[in-house]
Design a protein around this ligand. Structure first.
Ligand SMILES: Cc1ncc(COP(=O)(O)O)c(C=O)c1O
Length: 451
């Protein structure tokens, strides 16, 4: 069945049409593509500028400001801290813009941590998370005075051993796995992180063992508790449930002599409006205000909260611009394929999670609607960006399409599959724009190979 049309959609304010041209802030998207095409076409085997990621600086700042306004309204200015989830998009320029808004960073690998340090995030406001931290990553975190979430018994042992080796104190939080049922976090199973059978967090039956181990080491400072329930959450009441769960555990720990439990790190990423109002069947999407309110209303005065948003900060700031290579039909006419130059290696979310991304023409024309699969050139039948999608106008070879809401987990999950270079990234600020990442070429791909 065809998905809903794109005629009456609600766009994020940074992206809009003016005289049939699609704009990012004040800059027509086709002008960026055109200029890049002219300036870079001599390079890299005359490859075109597309596929091309374009981000809006104003939208990024607006999203962060939304959180800050909600925190201020809840009178929690010094008590709820925004730690940007670097995994969503680790472009250094973009991270720098986030840092300038006084955010911290939550990282899940040594290189993400290094990227946060390089961008100038305050080390005390960087947190290393992850269920499989390696010794070199723990060392990097401790040497720089970053916090860590303890994910398991062996993770606790590793952190203790690195703290002893460096003779450095380690500020840690315990990541709790409350063992939820899938039905209590109605998101894609790949995006659930606190289920009974999840690989993340200390399961409740091992909690005391981990606690005793940490308490026995004087270099360990247990400063809080963490729980992350999943991503693309639509209903903010889950944050209240997590807050209550963590507060209960905290209370028990206090009676056992843990007196420095200053932080609750309440993970769980709020969803964004990928459908732009075109899917009436979806449950209502809570706002950042709902999220903050759900937490703030339960907080005792001596507790501070870290939240870890990624998608809701960068998701709707980015589009993927792709050129139509041609149109073809299946023999029985049951399928019409729009073959574009972006593929699953550039944006894997549709293939990986059957995720929906809205598709819009970069130049509007008057032509008839029809239903298409939008597919890439990668040699996989699962390589698609949209399936059974109603496009509001006839796709034409050489024209551009914008795949919406790809700022989070777009370029961050991109790969070199089929030896395709990762796309270029551009940041728009009003009517100015600049390249913030060059596209990868053949040399970038073979540089690390040994002939
Ligand atoms: C531990 C942790 N923190 C933060 C995030 C960011 O979530 P989101 O991008 O949905 O806001 C994730 C994503 O899954 C995560 O696993």
């Amino acid at each position: 069945m065809a998905e809903p049309g794109a005629s009456q959609i609600q766009l994020p304010t940074a992206f809009h049409y003016l005289n049939n041209d699609f704009l990012c802030e004040n800059t027509p998207v086709h002008l960026i593509e055109n200029e890049l095409e002219n300036t870079t076409s001599g390079e890299d085997d005359c490859r075109p500028a597309t596929p091309l990621y374009i981000y809006s600086q104003a939208q990024l700042q607006r999203n962060i400001q939304g959180y800050k306004n909600a925190i201020q309204s809840a009178k929690m200015l010094d008590r709820i801290h925004i730690f940007y989830a670097v995994k969503a998009n680790a472009n250094l320029h973009l991270m720098d813009l986030v840092r300038k808004q006084n955010c911290g960073a939550v990282t899940v690998s040594g290189y993400e941590l290094q990227a946060a340090l390089k961008t100038g995030f305050v080390p005390e406001m960087i947190l290393l998370n992850g269920n499989g931290k390696q010794i070199w990553e723990i060392r990097l975190a401790l040497k720089n005075g970053c916090m860590l979430n303890v994910d398991s018994l062996f993770d606790a042992e590793n952190i203790i051993s690195v703290a002893r080796e460096l003779q450095k104190p380690a500020r840690v939080l315990i990541r709790v796995n409350p063992g939820l049922e899938q039905s209590s976090t109605p998101v894609h199973s790949y995006l659930s992180t606190a289920l009974k059978n999840s690989k993340f967090g200390v399961p409740l039956h091992q909690f005391d063992q981990v606690l005793e181990l940490l308490k026995a080491e004087h270099l360990i400072q247990l400063v809080g508790l963490h729980c992350h329930v999943g991503s693309t959450i639509r209903d903010a009441t889950v944050y209240a449930t997590v807050t209550r769960t963590l507060l209960d555990i905290r209370q028990k720990l206090i009676t056992q002599g843990c007196t420095n439990l200053k932080y609750l790190d309440i993970g769980g990423g709020l969803g964004i409006d990928y459908y732009h109002g075109t899917n009436q069947g979806q449950s209502p999407l809570s706002t950042t205000g709902d999220l903050i309110q759900a937490i703030a209303s339960l907080l005792p005065p001596d507790v501070e909260v870290i939240i870890e948003p990624g998608r809701s900060i960068v998701g709707n700031t980015g589009i993927l611009v792709t050129k139509i290579l041609g149109i073809k039909k299946s023999p029985d006419g049951g399928k019409q394929f729009v073959v574009v130059d972006a593929a699953m290696n550039d944006l894997i979310r549709p293939s990986f999670y059957q995720a929906y991304h809205h598709v819009l023409p970069v130049r509007k024309t008057d032509s008839s609607e029809d239903v298409y699969d939008i597919v890439g050139p990668v040699c996989e039948s699962g390589d698609f960006l949209a399936v059974d999608r109603r496009l509001t106008q006839q796709p034409v070879k050489g024209e551009l399409l914008a795949i919406m809401d790809v700022g989070a987990y777009g370029i961050a999950m991109a790969s070199n599959y089929n030896m395709r270079g990762r796309a270029m990234e551009v940041m728009v600020d009003g009517n100015k724009w600049k390249i913030i990442r060059r596209r990868e070429n053949f040399d970038s791909l073979v540089r690390t190979m040994i002939d």
